[in-house]
Design a protein around this ligand. Structure first.
Ligand code: FES
Length: 75
């Protein structure tokens, strides 16, 4: 079985990314990270964007969507 990178949406918190990934800004510049697990900000309040710094908790960020079915995104 091939290894896959896993992205989990935390209720009221960040995206947790497990596995090899490169995070780039809009200009294609790399945000370096040596970690195998990273948390990406979803609330917009982090001072270390694109990474989560825990600010979502202080801001009271709320988002707990559930997948409605199997989605297929290819491109
Ligand atoms: S999701 Fe954690 S600081 Fe934004």
């Amino acid at each position: 079985m091939a290894e896959v990178t896993q992205i989990t949406t935390l209720d009221n918190g960040p995206f947790i990314v497990k596995g090899a990934v490169e995070v780039l800004d809009a200009q294609g510049n790399l945000f370096p990270s040596e970690r195998e697990v990273i948390a990406l900000c979803r609330c917009g309040g982090s001072t270390t964007k694109p990474f989560c710094d825990g600010a979502h908790a202080k801001l009271g960020f709320q988002s707990a969507e559930r997948a409605l079915g199997q989605a297929s995104v290819e491109g």
